[in-house]
Design a protein around this ligand. Sequence first.
Ligand SMILES: *Cc1c(COP(=O)(O)O)cnc(C)c1O
Length: 397
Amino acid sequence: MRLLHLDSLAVHEWPDLSTTESHILPIYATSSFDFEDIRQAVDIFGGQATGHTYSRYGNPTVEATAAKIAALESYGSDLKPGAVMTNSGMSAIHVLLTALLRPGDAILTQANLYGGTTELLRLMARQAGIDVIYANLADPHDVETALAGDGRTRLIYLETPANPTLACVDIAALTEVARRRDIPTAIDNTFATPYLQQPLLLGVDYVIHSTTKYLNGHGNAIAGVVIGRDPERFRATIWNTMKLTGANCSPFDAWLTYQGMKTLPLRMERHSSNALHIARVLDEHKKVRHVNYPGLEGHAAHPVACKQMRAFGGMLSVEVEGGIEGALRVINALQFCSLAPTLGDVDTLVLHPATSSHVNVDRDIRIAAEITDGLIRVSVGIEHPDDILDDLLQAIG
Ligand SMILES: *Cc1c(COP(=O)(O)O)cnc(C)c1O
């Protein structure tokens, strides 16, 4: 080939000079992928061959991260689930719901969901004609009654442990009821992570995560994932919806998540042991009305949590005296813990649900779900437990 002009040389890609494999997953910061010839392009687009084409459809960095999460969720089973990463936990939930539900369908769920999920369901009820039915998913009889009363239910959606009360649902008992009626189930497994709880092994069909939280662990990326038990059905529904709605995760955010996940088991062990210690001490405190932590023997969810979780996780909530005023006074007095509206990071984070995460949830729905005015949510970090505890104790006074 004749010598290119300098202008063209500057524009074109330089050949890949790597001689040995990169030890760490590279970030594929590319929107598209080259075809070797037009035959390959025709075969890939026609579905006769697999290959990367365009990063909204799939990207090696993003796919490696999704596949790793799917492998963790299905560990110890023969399942080969499908998985896609999305650009947030909310988009994972949105992709799941829009892929599986049609106008006129109903979804059965619980009142005590992540605040954003409750709001999204309300929006979809208004705009997409989805009927949202609430039941106490922890009570199989309540679920049976709700299903018997409405034949349009096409999905049961649960969250356990739930935000921020840590209420738990018996996953195996619920999926048994759903199976009998041939209704798929989906779970938000953000709080537990696959290290503490594996819903696919308990019969759940779809798992979603806000990977922003524990899977990443370091608070430096927003992303989500949807995992589905049946990989073929998954591609036709969930992957297709992800691709068409452009809910794809950026390779950089996927890469940060991928790196964070390497320490997931170590972090979850420490989050859990720190939280259990702190919950036990606060539970005895005379100015604390109530501690929600599934690891406490007195917590209503303790037997169910023992059945389906390896340990009890890093989330707890504490009800202090004095309602909203009392809670804000305690939070303001904190010096070591950070006041930030996320969870699952390595450092301890505190939030007041009534005025932040659940501010757009109707007060009566919120109170009915036991998200009281004086409730403070603590995402217990992996610091030394005494530093966290000392700060909480001095703030409570
Ligand atoms: C944060 C969170 C979400 C939403 O995820 P984003 O990544 O913020 O979009 C959904 N469910 C739970 C339980 C969460 O904590």
